[in-house]
Design a binder for this molecule. Structure first.
Ligand SMILES: Cc1cc2nc3c(=O)[nH]c(=O)nc-3n(C[C@H](O)[C@H](O)[C@H](O)COP(=O)(O)O)c2cc1C
Length: 312
């Protein structure tokens, strides 16, 4: 499966494991890259030295390209922007802001820059700033989301820009991969399915909750504060919505979610923690290795292309 993305990134399969705060460490990203896709270490709010260490650990797992996802609002973003250059990272995805001020430095280092966007306007702007490709992410995704669905956003972004587009949000199997390609994507980015990869180090409680989730089990907190986050329903989301209804101050809502993803991922507190996952969680039924996930996505997508029904 050769596309402009596999060529741009020098990877075998157009399958990307999206950066995920607390979840996407060297072990996950390294093993996705080793299996022929590309994994992104999720820098989120982590210090620059943690990111450096994870890059080195991932490189010990594979010599294939690995990427780093940089959250531009992080207080460490400036430092991390330099770390990826120093450590010879080949590609970054960026979120929550404008990567323009790092573009010249990254381009000089030969780093490919792929912003994650949730609207056509932002995709156009990023292309003007010199982005090499775009991740168009629909609101089906786990984590921070926009308002458009992948089904509607993707073809509109594809029509609006000439650089290649990667589809994210709601893709869980080969049918999703094939559908994204039909809409013009040249690669897919998955998050939720990789959370339960065998090499993913998230707490077993988190994996079990995700595997048992039904189609309607995710919901969005933070719409009233302008920071919508998709996660699985639990005691914390119920409390959050109650407080949102009561109109409590933004700071108080922030306090409720402070450290909550860590609580779920590291401590396994899936009642009071934030269990980020997308709407496709209902389709994720088991733990598999990164290689099994990628091989399955590719063989299923091929079956769909060849007009064969998929066998589960
Ligand atoms: C637990 C979790 C944490 C995430 N954290 C981030 C993040 O830190 N930065 C980012 O750009 N996207 C983040 N995402 C989004 C993923 O990179 C990916 O785009 C998304 O999960 C794709 O949609 P899907 O969940 O339907 O597969 C996160 C997703 C999940 C499930």
């Amino acid at each position: 499966m050769k596309t402009r993305i596999t060529e741009l990134l020098g990877i075998e399969y157009p399958i990307i494991q999206g950066g995920m705060a607390w979840v996407a460490n060297a072990n996950l990203a390294g093993n996705v890259s080793k299996a022929g896709g590309i994994g992104f270490i999720g820098a989120a709010n982590a210090p620059a030295e943690w990111v450096r260490e994870e890059i080195r650990k991932a490189k010990a797992i594979t010599s294939n390209p690995i990427g780093v996802n940089i959250m531009l609002l992080s207080q460490y973003a400036d430092e991390i922007a330099k770390v990826v250059v120093e450590e010879g990272v080949k590609v970054v995805t960026t979120g929550a802001g404008n990567p323009e001020k790092y573009m010249a430095m990254w381009k000089a280092a030969g780093i490919k820059v792929i912003p994650v966007v949730a609207s056509v306007a932002l995709a156009r702007r990023m292309e003007r700033y010199g982005a090499d490709a775009i991740v168009a992410e629909g609101m089906e995704s786990g984590g921070h989301i926009g308002e458009q669905t992948t089904m509607t956003l993707l073809p509109q972004v594809v029509d609006a820009i000439s650089i290649p587009v990667i589809a994210a949000g709601g893709i869980g199997d080969g049918r999703g991969v094939a559908a994204a390609f039909m809409l013009g994507a040249e690669a897919v980015q998955l998050g939720t399915r990789f959370v339960v990869a065998k090499e993913s180090t998230v707490h077993q409680n988190y994996k079990d909750r995700l595997i048992s989730a039904k189609d309607i089990d995710s919901e969005v907190t933070g719409r009233t504060t302008g920071h919508p986050v998709r996660q699985l329903r639990n005691q914390m989301t119920r409390q959050y919505h109650l407080m949102e209804k009561e109109g409590v101050a933004f700071e108080e809502l922030e306090l409720l979610t402070l450290g909550a993803l860590r609580k779920a991922v590291v401590e396994g507190d899936i009642k009071n923690g934030t269990v980020m996952a997308g709407q496709i969680a209902g389709l994720v039924h088991k733990e598999q290795t990164c290689k099994e996930i990628i091989d399955e996505l590719i063989s299923e997508a091929k079956s769909v292309y060849e007009g064969k029904a998929m066998v589960f």
